[in-house]
Ligand binder design. Structure first.
Ligand code: PPE
Length: 303
């Protein structure tokens, strides 16, 4: 990762190398942090952050799930993000807000731990590779189940990502690009850091949030754009065999954007290359993030 000059830390803009924490930070020991992933793009009228307010609202919801009291409102955090992007002179990039428990408590009762907040920005290219975005990625169904009943699956908490990391490492070590995770009941949930969509006979499907996948903002964006473009988009529980017999599959996420899946468990998806609806989703998404699409001006917050 290429460092930028500044980091926002508890209300101040500090130098990148000065944003440090103590080794007794509660979050290091027990994973007590909540975070977001956001992207800024070069849009029609300059640099704009995509659905910034909604990401910061989700950060607040994640914090609530773990009883973390934030010192900063959604408005404070959006303002801080825009200031930081300006300070770093980034015309596009990835934004990582993180709220975590620091000193004041060790052991499993974090009541007295100080809540700290930071925002970091840096340049981050295609999450699953440029090649993956163009031609699709190779995936396997993970032997690890996406937890759904043992923590809040819809809160982006750092500790729970150990589950996704196991799935990602297993997939990559076996030579695949990404894992597809089933929930504890064996239904399709999502990727290690992406939601999943399936196309069958011209209809677009994605698992409902109730299976335990993240309420993805890109998921919502793509479902909205495809619906407005005339496609039928349906939330439906999906099984492993649906992956095998469908026409198209793709993943969505802030980092992954819209990435086609060309293979599941060594079987090609459809003809083994990105299908027309996947490509349409990529096109619509690209128009939305760059401001070419005029129907959702509320999604872009300009720096
Ligand atoms: N599911 C999971 C488990 C997930 O982590 C993400 C985002 C999504 C779905 C998609 O959500 P959204 O970004 O709101 O569309 N994963 C973030 C972190 C990736 C990472 O490696 O860290 C991201 O895409 O920024």
């Amino acid at each position: 990762m290429e460092p930028t000059t500044y980091i926002w830390l508890d209300g101040e803009i500090v130098l990148w190398e000065d944003a440090k924490v103590h080794v007794l930070t509660h979050a290091l020991h027990y994973g007590t942090g909540v975070f977001e992933g956001i992207r800024a793009y070069e849009a029609a009228n300059g640099t704009a952050v995509f659905r910034l307010t909604e990401h910061m609202e989700r950060l607040h919801r994640s914090a609530k799930a773990y009883h973390m009291e934030l010192d900063w409102s959604v408005g404070d955090l959006t303002k801080a993000t825009l200031e930081l992007l300006r300070a770093n002179g980034l015309e596009s990039g990835y934004i990582r807000p993180l709220v975590f428990l620091e000193l004041g408590a060790l052991g499993l009762n974090p009541t007295n731990a100080r809540v700290r907040s930071t925002i970091v920005t840096w340049r981050w290219g295609a999450y699953l590779g440029e090649e993956g975005v163009r031609n699709g990625i190779r995936t396997r169904v993970s032997s690890w189940r996406r937890f759904s009943g043992s923590a809040f699956p819809n809160a982006k908490a750092t500790g729970t990502y150990i589950n996704s990391i196991l799935a990602k490492m297993e997939a990559v070590r076996a030579g695949y690009d990404e894992a597809i995770m089933l929930n504890e009941e064996g239904l399709i949930s999502e990727g290690s850091g992406e939601n999943i969509f399936l196309v069958d006979n011209g209809v677009v499907y994605t698992p409902p949030i109730a299976v335990g996948c993240l309420d993805g903002i890109t998921r919502n964006t793509v479902a909205t754009l495809l619906t407005e473009d005339g496609y039928e988009v349906v939330e439906k529980t999906l099984t492993r065999s649906d992956l095998l017999y469908c026409d198209e599959l793709f993943m969505t996420g802030t980092a992954a954007e819209v990435t086609p899946i060309r293979e599941v468990d060594d079987s090609p998806v459809g003809p083994g290359q990105p299908g027309p609806i996947t490509k349409r989703a990529q096109e619509l998404f690209s128009d939305a993030i760059t401001g070419k699409l005029t129907t959702h001006p509320e999604w872009l917050e300009y720096v």
